[in-house]
Design a protein around this ligand. Structure first.
Ligand code: MIC
Ligand code: SF4
Length: 653
């Protein structure tokens, strides 16, 4: 039986388990990447492992998220990251060099290898035929220590691309179409593999856009074959030797298949507040726009910005719109600066922003009250922009530029501008001087905001506590652990950042959790979707959360919960969800014994009269007296949970 691209790469890296959908799998990791917002914890954890240097082929530490320096905190983190990288054999990409995924694709990613990154958009590397997976910082620390990455073998979904894109329709519209069809939870437990004649019509930046935003499907990763287009890209990056051809065997077997005719696609937009609320731009009429932002790891490539420059050339941004443009890397910035595209963008009235995540993670550029912001990034969760009542629309660079000109959400085909045809450059501008090489023996510098990573003790036989919060479906890690310019500087200080857990949904949550000495959270479907930030598990762990009981979990967040000793439990009977009000008391006896014996877990529920609390609680329903709970955990996951998390687990092996 033939193999898919993903199966070929995984089988060459197999360190345990088998390539059978649903089986536990251990995969050898060739490369790692970290970024500053997740990196400080990852390196503190790596340091705690006591190794003299990293054991990967390549590890790179990027600074791209926390680049706003309101006080000493972010800069102290950067200095810690720079010195710890130098000491342990990690390359360090300085602030200003660009967004981790864009730079990694340009300079380091290799077809046929594995990459584990402490950021959910690590799958961008799938654009050049790499198996690139997002994970929590602790998993990346373990990979840097030479350990394989553990996961459940996903099902491989084939997305068969036919035809070619029409003018003004681009890669973003392809991934928005996939999101429209599959939804934000449709990729769970799956790898999305692109195939078919349409693939060869797509340049590497376009493939990278699609693989990047596959994260919003909840997919484990996305991958393209590595073909002659990949070879030309690597050659133009002076990396011809990194190329190898990888394609699926003709008789490869997929778990599911879908076909997209590229020629039938139109400009699309993801509407507030989820990336899967996708509509045709032409159908969204008369939407006045206050802000347009072009950038992020999804759409800030050389190709994207040349397209934007082409549309803006000789025209002016509408006076009601604030347009910001953030090139994805210093390579992109330098190239558009040299060929005049940057001048065209600036002359049109754009604000030129730093080569960094910036607006995408709420580091500046928050829209005004009730504002409408049209952006080229990948997430439009409520409040992530920094303004709770703003509405964010996710679109292609073409649609964003057209919108900036008219002041209304605009289908770029309506402007009668001749289309831009991207010819990939034969030579990209190479200057790696902002990537610092390791220097063993470097002294590590730690600022006062950098606190050790807290640990949890072993699981106790019995658990008891209150349901501190009951949520609905699709709760994001931005809901659990908000980001933005106020909170992100606390990523190295768990006791401080813990005060912001669920701050947007329920500002009293952290105080209540501390006062009650922890408790439980009840969630709906797809709990923890979105980012890889382990702080969404680490900070609740610090607040004493013992278990999250949900209808289903997003992959990375579930792994992070396990890593920090929080039980991810699901309902045997999902209808029981309705019967547990917030404020109920739960008691779970003999939990360790049940986990060891792989048996279901029973929770006794007590609701004090009048004690059932507000939001989301099923008013007037009689709660089940006994709740049967289950879990989808490998043997290793259960061992990790029993000892109280991954840090305890690795120190005992
Ligand atoms: C994001 O896009 O949400 C982030 C910020 O890049 C996160 C990582 C983080 O929270 O630091 C991600 O996607 O994993
Ligand atoms: Fe940065 Fe945004 Fe990409 Fe996350 S999604 S890595 S915040 S640009």
């Amino acid at each position: 039986m033939g193999l898919t691209v993903a199966e070929k790469i995984i089988s060459r890296h197999l360190a345990g388990g088998e390539l059978k959908r649903g089986s536990p799998l251990a995969v050898r990791i060739d490369q790692t990447l970290t970024q500053d917002a997740t990196g400080t914890m990852a390196y503190l954890q790596f340091e705690a492992m006591g190794l003299p240097r990293v054991r990967t082929e390549l590890s790179v530490s990027y600074v791209d998220h926390n680049t706003l320096q309101n006080d000493f905190m972010n800069m102290d983190d950067h200095r810690y990251l720079q010195t710890v990288a130098a000491r342990y054999g990690v390359k360090f990409s300085r602030a200003g060099n660009g967004i981790c995924h864009q730079v990694h694709l340009e300079r380091f990613g290799k077809p046929g290898t594995t990459l584990l990154g402490s950021d959910s958009h690590t799958p961008t590397g799938g654009g050049i035929g790499q198996i690139a997976i997002g994970a929590g910082g602790l998993d990346v620390a373990c990979a840097m220590a030479g350990q394989p990455f553990h996961l459940t073998m996903p099902g491989i979904v084939k997305v068969h691309l036919t035809g070619s894109l029409n003018a003004f329709v681009s890669a973003k519209d392809i991934i928005l179409e996939v999101l429209r069809r599959l939804t934000v939870k449709g990729g769970a437990g799956k790898i999305i593999e692109y195939a078919g004649p349409g693939v060869s019509t797509l340049s590497i930046p376009e493939r990278a856009t699609i693989a990047n935003m596959g994260a919003e499907l909840g997919a484990t990763t996305s991958v393209f074959p590595s073909d002659t287009v990949t070879r030309a890209f690597l050659q133009a990056q002076d990396r011809a030797a990194d190329w190898q051809e990888i394609s699926a065997d003709p008789d490869a077997v997929y778990a599911e298949e879908m076909t997209i005719d590229l020629a039938a696609l139109e400009p699309l937009a993801a509407c507030p507040h989820m990336p899967d609320i996708v509509k045709k731009v032409a159908e969204i009429k008369d939407l006045r726009v206050d802000q347009v932002l072009i950038g992020s790891c999804t759409n800030s490539s050389y190709k994207d910005l040349l397209t934007v420059a082409h549309l803006l050339q000789g025209r002016k941004v509408h006076p009601a719109v604030s347009l910001g443009v953030a090139p994805g890397s210093r390579q992109v910035l330098a190239m558009i600066a040299r060929n005049g595209a940057l001048a065209a963008i600036a002359a049109a009235g754009a604000r030129i922003l730093e080569s960094a995540c910036g607006f995408c993670i709420g580091m500046g550029q928050a829209p005004g009250s009730g504002g409408v912001s049209v952006r080229t990034n990948n997430r439009n969760f409520k409040g992530r922009s920094g303004t709770k009542d703003a509405g964010i629309y996710l679109v292609s660079p073409e649609t964003a530029a057209a919108t900036a000109l008219t002041g209304y959400l605009t289908d770029p085909r309506a402007l009668n501008i001749p289309p831009f045809k991207f010819a990939p450059p034969e030579q990209y501008l190479i200057d790696d001087s902002m990537v610092l090489e390791p220097a063993p023996g470097t002294e590590i510098i730690r600022g006062p905001n950098i606190k050790p990573c807290p640990r949890r003790g072993p699981l106790t036989a019995d658990l008891a506590g209150e349901v501190l919060l009951k949520t609905g479906d699709n709760i994001t890690t931005d809901d659990i652990m908000p980001a933005g310019s106020k909170v992100l500087p606390l990523r190295s200080n768990v006791p401080a950042i813990a005060n912001f857990v669920f701050a947007g949904l329920d500002p009293s949550f952290a105080g209540r959790a501390l006062e009650k000495k922890g408790g439980f959270i009840i969630g709906g479907e797809n709990y923890g979707q979105g980012s890889s930030r382990e702080h969404a598990a680490l900070a609740p762990m610090y607040l004493g959360i013992r278990a999250v009981i949900a209808k289903s979990f997003a992959r990375i967040h579930k792994a992070n919960l396990i890593n920090f000793g929080i039980l991810p439990l699901t309902f045997v009977n999902p209808a029981d969800y309705a019967g547990i009000p917030q404020g109920a008391e739960l008691k779970i006896a003999n939990i360790t014994a049940a986990l060891k014996a792989k048996k279901n877990i029973f929770a006794d529920i007590a609701v004090s009269s009048g004690g059932a609390a507000p939001s989301g609680a099923a008013q007037g329903q009689t709660p089940a007296a006994r709740l049967e709970l289950t879990y989808d955990l490998s043997d290793r996951d259960r061992e990790i949970l029993i000892v109280g998390g991954m840090l305890n687990y690795v120190s005992q092996i």
